[in-house]
Write a protein that binds this ligand. Structure first.
Ligand code: SF4
Length: 353
């Protein structure tokens, strides 16, 4: 167990006292004394999956101003939701978000369920998100464990086992820390502590409310936790994308299949991506016959599981050029609002200047 400090306060009490003084003001977070809105809690938790608070802020404000309730989000066309999501990444989240909104609006009379099990039955809501919504939106006692919490707990108790094998042990320790009172504030306090004080590098142990019971700090090895199993190398994948520009500025695009990486998003056509050197015969795959030029350097983009080097080929074609089957011409004025991924925005920046 983490030692109790001389004050006799539990780690939860220390943390809640700190939270009352230092809580972050976030666009989706209820102010002290306000009742949290489950729609805003859910929306923010989905957006925050694999994404930073800084990146999410603008998207969150845009979504709640376009669709202030779950019913309005459910009634929006999926294409519009995908466009609003474009740039936030992990696009299956946007499709699940829309499906989930439809189920909550249709089957639950527009009200999110409060129990973790019922939340987990909804699209896009896994164990972590269900626990976070139950705790934050409904103040249910739930054990909320994300990367921040894993870091804090592994340091507090000096968990020697490496991640990911240590996850069950860390979860059990987090369960033991979670209080019956104010579980929602406790979950948010852990998140805030991990984000602002107990950071991956150079944690600010001197201003940490858990400094007294923290075992890693006492051992002078805070940064050494959590222990991690070294990751295997991730080979670079390569591919080619073709940017055909019509004389009126329109760009040739296609929509990716709804499932899979970048599913449902719009892109410039291209080859498949493979580990290893670029495709030997990309000319066989150009969408149109034209004088193609190769731009330099390729676009580098890092996905979670692999980095990609995407070569960009560009060609200018006359105004009457028809789009091949499965493609369409996107007018220049609509490029900014189209649902391109961050990768294809980089491609267009390079090709269009
Ligand atoms: S004392 Fe340091 S290592 Fe321990 S929980 Fe606080 S910030 Fe993290």
């Amino acid at each position: 167990m983490a030692d109790r400090p001389a004050s006799g306060q539990t780690p939860a009490a220390l943390l809640l006292g700190w939270y009352d003084r230092h809580r972050r003001v976030l666009p989706w977070r209820a102010l002290p004394g306000e009742t949290p809105d489950p729609y805003r809690v859910w929306l923010s938790e989905i957006m925050l999956q694999q994404t930073t608070v800084q990146a999410v802020g603008g998207y969150f404000r845009d979504f709640v101003s376009r669709w202030p309730t779950v019913g309005e989000l459910a009634a929006a066309p999926i294409e519009e939701v995908m466009r609003a999501w474009a740039g936030l990444g992990y696009y299956s989240r946007a499709r699940n978000l829309h499906r989930c909104a439809g189920i909550v609006a249709g089957d639950h009379a527009g009200r999110f369920p409060a129990e973790e099990a019922a939340l987990r039955a909804l699209p896009g809501i896994g164990a972590y998100t269900a626990a976070a919504i139950a705790a934050i939106a409904f103040d249910r006692r739930a054990v909320v464990v994300d990367g921040n919490v894993e870091r804090v707990v592994s340091r507090l108790f000096r968990v020697e086992q490496a991640l990911p094998a240590a996850k069950p042990a860390i979860r059990a320790l987090a369960d033991g820390l979670t209080p019956d009172g104010r579980p929602g504030d406790f979950a948010q306090a852990m998140m805030d502590l991990g984000a602002t004080v107990c950071t991956p590098r150079r944690p600010a142990c001197g201003s940490c409310p858990l400094a007294a019971p923290c075992q890693a700090r006492a051992a002078g090895d805070a940064e050494g936790f959590p222990r991690k199993t070294p990751r295997a190398g991730r080979p670079v994948r390569t591919g080619v994308t073709f940017v055909a520009i019509r004389a009126d500025g329109a760009v040739l695009v296609r929509t990716r299949p709804p499932k899979g990486l970048l599913g449902g998003l719009v892109e410039t056509p291209g080859t498949a991506w493979h580990a290893g050197p670029p495709p030997a015969e990309p000319l066989a795959e150009v969408p149109l016959p034209a004088a193609w030029e190769v731009l330099d350097p390729p676009v580098r983009h890092v996905f979670t599981h692999f980095p990609l080097d995407l070569a960009v080929w560009r060609a200018h074609v006359p105004k009457g050029t028809p789009a091949p089957p499965g493609h369409r011409w996107l007018p220049a004025a609509e490029i900014g609002a189209e649902a391109f991924s961050t990768l294809h925005r980089k491609v267009l920046r390079l090709a269009l200047g």
